[in-house]
Design a protein around this ligand. Sequence first.
Ligand SMILES: [Zn+2]
Length: 80
Amino acid sequence: MEHDPEILRGAGRVSDILDEAQEKTERERAASIGRATAALRGEAETHCVSCGDEIPAARRAAVAGVKRCVGCQEDLECPR
Ligand SMILES: [Zn+2]
């Protein structure tokens, strides 16, 4: 029997949903690890301590106790 293209499309959708669920789980895990370690590393700053730019909420959620924006953190870790 030939493969039913409807079934193949359905499988594609299922794997998209699984990928999405996995991504969501990983984001939530990263966020909860961030929250758990924030207490150890101190509160995250809402604004970069180096340049004063606002640190995006997503970065604050992802990086525990973040103090600097992406640009300043990179300068700190890899001085040019
Ligand atoms: Zn900065």
